[in-house]
Ligand binder design. Structure first.
Ligand code: DX5
Ligand code: ZN
Length: 213
């Protein structure tokens, strides 16, 4: 069970200080790359992620919400990301892309928007280390958790078996993390829940306690 705080709703002008608040407590740090094409929001790209990876001891869990992951995703692996997630809706050759990410030494993952069925991973799943099931529409933090995604989490877990990690992202908090775990998720992204708190590290500890770690 891994907790991956998302910095999206933190003070991005003080990114390294914000990440330091959860260092030593969180398992991963979730970095949301948005290009204002795949999603209607814009964050940061490769140069910022490269510097973050140099400055933090937390393994980088990079979530690419971009239109051309085939071109860009492997570079995040080369930069030292622990895990690189591309959106299946955007990938032109997802099997080749997964292989290219893995050849950098990073774990390869594919994300599904709420409206994207698990069947979109037919022929791809066996090449992945992780599937990210979005529990909100990608683009913004602070949205309401979609419980109706839990059957998709369970099905992905069944299909992938023990070696496939299942990540949930969007609206994960004290109130929703247990149902994600019960459905079969083992990696939990928590954004506003962690960074809207005065004590982000304590929120991470609380979330870890809830999922039994
Ligand atoms: C949304 C991002 C999430 C976001 C989650 O598109 O992928 O990682 O930061 O934020 P919360 O936890 O506030 O829903
Ligand atoms: Zn994300």
């Amino acid at each position: 069970m891994l907790i991956s705080p998302s910095v999206l709703n933190s003070d991005l002008g003080r990114l390294s200080e914000e990440i330091a608040k959860v260092e030593g407590v969180a398992d991963l740090i979730h970095l949301d790359v948005m290009d204002n094409h795949f999603v209607p929001n814009l964050t940061f790209g490769l140069p910022v992620v490269q510097r973050v990876i140099e400055q933090t001891s937390l393994p980088a869990d990079v979530h690419l919400m971009i239109t051309d992951p085939d071109r860009w995703a492997p570079a995040y692996g080369d930069a030292g990301a622990y895990s690189v997630t591309f959106h299946i809706e955007a990938a032109k050759d997802p099997v080749l892309l997964a292989k290219n990410i893995k050849s950098t030494g990073a774990r390869a993952a594919a994300a599904l928007k709420p409206g994207t069925p698990l069947e979109s991973l037919d022929g791809v799943l066996e090449h992945l280390d992780m599937v990210l099931i979005m529990t909100v529409e990608p683009g913004f933090g602070g949205q309401a958790f979609m419980s109706d995604m839990m059957p998709k989490v369970s099905r992905a877990h069944e299909l992938g078996g023990a070696k496939l990690w299942i990540e949930v992202d969007g609206g994960v908090s004290h109130n929703t993390i247990l149902e994600c775990k019960q459905a079969g998720a083992n990696v939990f992204v928590a954004g506003s829940c962690v960074y809207s708190s005065e004590d982000p590290a304590q929120v991470v500890r609380d979330l870890k306690a809830l999922v039994g770690e």
